[in-house]
Design a protein around this ligand. Structure first.
Ligand SMILES: [Zn+2]
Length: 261
């Protein structure tokens, strides 16, 4: 059994979240870290965590790569964190914009605004001692690492991690986790990442309801895909699946301060 460390359980593509959890549990995923994108999706995750306290742990997030979200949305999320910090296990997903900068004339301004927003969120994570689930792909990863260290954040994961190996090495040396998705089954870049990083610094996630390619084309997306990712991590590491799943679950518990129950 394993924990799905990053799942958008709030998403309308997973209309019956409790049933989604049941299917996940029958397929080796005993719980999910439910990340949000804005105040509305965060509220859904809080409700789901209350409805299934042994299977859902909520994070409150502000997605850095969604153009529709502005400062008023960030204000609302900050207020939500202040109100609910005792009921959540982390902030996520939060991070830095990357994909939304592509081809934009004002990319530098957008990037600066993104860094300022992440600073506000990391200040909250530090104040309430919360783990951080980061969206910081490719060229954003090094900047996000710098922000984490400046705020002295102790617990963080770079979700769906993609960065040059030297940046990954610095992230792991700093004591942070990196997470792989089911893409590890069919993408060489992710397999190389798993080879590079020790099991002590790895997590698996579905990022459901994201639709994957390869063997997953046409397969419905859900937390269960995290178990398939774990299986592939075990293959790449040439270690027994049960040991690897135990290790990955322990890592998620350490990162998000989950109690073993
Ligand atoms: Zn996500």
């Amino acid at each position: 059994m394993v924990i799905d460390s990053h799942c958008h359980l709030h998403d309308p593509a997973l209309p019956d979240a409790l049933d989604t959890l049941r299917v996940g549990q029958s397929l080796d995923v005993w719980g999910v870290i439910a990340v949000g994108c804005d105040a509305e999706t965060n509220a859904r995750n809080l409700a789901l965590a209350a409805a299934a306290p042994k299977a859902v742990w909520a994070c409150l997030g502000f997605h850095p790569d969604q153009d529709r979200l502005g400062d008023a949305d960030l204000d609302a999320v900050e207020q939500q964190v202040a109100e609910h910090h005792a009921r959540i296990v982390g902030l996520g997903e939060v991070g830095l914009p990357w994909y939304s900068l592509e081809g934009k004339a004002d990319a530098a301004e957008r990037a600066a605004r993104g860094r300022a927003r992440l600073d506000r969120l990391l200040a909250l994570a530090a104040r309430y001692d919360l783990a951080v689930s980061l969206h910081a792909p490719h060229g954003a990863a090094a900047d996000a690492l710098e922000s984490l260290q400046r705020h002295r954040i102790e617990r963080a994961v770079f979700h769906w991690h993609k960065a040059p190996p030297e940046v990954t090495a610095r992230i792991v040396d700093a004591g942070y986790f990196v997470s792989v998705t089911p893409e590890v089954v069919y993408r060489e870049r992710d397999r190389a990442l798993v080879e590079q990083v020790s099991l002590e610094s790895l997590l698996v996630e579905s990022d459901a309801p994201w639709k994957y390619g390869g063997e997953f084309a046409g397969v419905s997306s859900g937390p269960w895909l995290a178990a398939r990712a774990a299986e592939e991590v075990a293959k790449v590491k040439r270690e027994p699946l049960e040991d690897v799943m135990f290790r990955l679950s322990t890592n998620a518990c350490r990162l998000f301060h989950l109690a073993w129950t």
